[in-house]
Design a protein around this ligand. Structure first.
Ligand code: KG4
Ligand code: ZN
Length: 357
């Protein structure tokens, strides 16, 4: 199946051309072309992503990336050899999502190809199918999704069957990383910056501070990160310090708290699900976090029957490859659905459990 995949849900414009075949639990994924233009520098000035600015950039970037993709693949721009066009239709920033959808739908008409709407979080989940070790993705799986907009625990009983069993009640964990970084005067996106400072502190000395672990003792599987962020803010105001070592200690204490909550709730979910979970998938931008991945290794060592699956480093943050892979899963599950050209709508709050993936 040859797929042209398009991602514009946030601040990355991305187009990829993929050729995917084989079984869902171990597909053979060939990335023919992968293109991406990041808007990070543009949004850095504002400390976050502005939807209308993102929209304008996507509109500018999409034709450039398409031309580059078709040229690299030696494909005719009037009639390329593809079977499907895949596009993210949510969740994300609606003005940004619409640019991708309009672009994809116009191409679908021009080339007479079906357009498959893809849930961005399903994209993150199935980014882990791109696996060079050649192992099977065994289901049922539990997914911990950690990105700039989401913190969710999702049970994947089967391909196409997703249920959210826990989620954040306020800020997403990536958002908390970004906000704490901003308080420390670090550039957007804050996750990699915090991670770097925290690792420096760990390499030098014992932990100096301890922040609260919000909701760690609640009986449910939900998260809250807004209180942790506020605790950091109060601490900074109280201490009124600005030297490098102080910032490293704050970053470390924040990361320790955020990661401990993620690990604890994931353990609780595994225990609640009983013996059935075969794979723990962790995906989304924050899955690139070094401390989190180390703690995850320790967590799965408590459960010998569970395999840990993280995306390869280049697929942790937003990209079009993961959208193409998720569309493959969707089309394989419901091949008939995409024959008729139904209208695709951007859905900013699209949920993984209701998206009919
Ligand atoms: O999945 P993603 O690229 O975009 C969304 O769908 O939101 O995730 C972006 C988020 C940002 O909040 C960024 O700060 C965070 O992922 N992130 C990290 C790291 N790398 C990216 N957070 C913690 N540690 C990292 N190494
Ligand atoms: Zn994402």
């Amino acid at each position: 199946m040859r797929i042209l995949a398009i991602e514009t849900s946030c601040d990355e414009t991305a187009i990829a051309l993929l050729d995917i075949s084989g079984p869902l639990d171990k597909p053979n994924i060939k990335v023919l072309v992968n293109t991406l233009l990041s808007q990070i520098e543009l949004h850095q000035k504002y400390g976050g992503v502005y939807p209308n600015l993102a929209k304008r950039e996507h509109q500018k970037n999409l034709p450039i990336l398409l031309a580059q993709t078709l040229e690299e693949a030696n494909e005719n721009s009037d009639n390329p050899n593809i079977d499907y066009i895949a596009v993210t239709n949510g969740p994300g920033l609606e003005p940004a999502l619409w640019t991708g959808i309009t672009f994809a739908t116009d191409l679908g008409k021009k080339w007479d190809k079906p357009v498959v709407p893809v849930n961005h979080m399903a994209g993150h989940i199935f980014s882990t199918l791109y696996d060079t070790s050649g192992s099977f993705l065994n289901l049922p799986a539990l997914a911990l999704l950690v990105s700039g907009g989401h913190t969710e625990l999702v049970v994947i009983k089967d391909f196409g069957n997703y249920k959210i069993i826990g989620e954040t009640l306020d800020d997403a964990v990536g958002e908390a990383f970004d906000k704490v970084a901003r308080m420390l005067g670090l550039p957007y996106p804050g996750g990699p910056q915090i991670s770097r400072l925290a690792e420096t502190a760990r390499g030098k000395r014992e932990a100096l501070f301890r922040f609260p672990r919000p909701m760690i003792h609640s009986k449910d599987l939900n998260f809250s990160f807004s209180g942790l962020k506020t605790a950091v803010l109060y601490k900074l105001k109280l201490d009124n310090k600005n030297d490098d070592e102080y910032k490293e200690d704050i970053a470390r204490a924040f990361e320790d708290a955020a990661v401990e909550v993620l690990i604890d709730k994931t353990r609780r979910a595994i225990l609640e699900l009983g013996d059935e979970t075969k794979t723990l998938i962790v995906a989304g931008g924050v899955s690139a976090n070094f401390h989190l991945s180390q703690e995850l290794e320790k967590l799965v060592s408590e459960f010998p029957n569970i395999n840990l699956r993280l995306p390869s480093r280049s697929l942790t943050t937003d990209n079009a490859i993961m959208i193409g892979i998720a569309s493959f899963v969707k089309v394989m599950k419901k091949p008939e659905t995409f024959k008729d050209k139904t209208q695709i709508k951007a859905q900013g709050n699209l949920s993984i459990s209701s998206s009919g993936q």
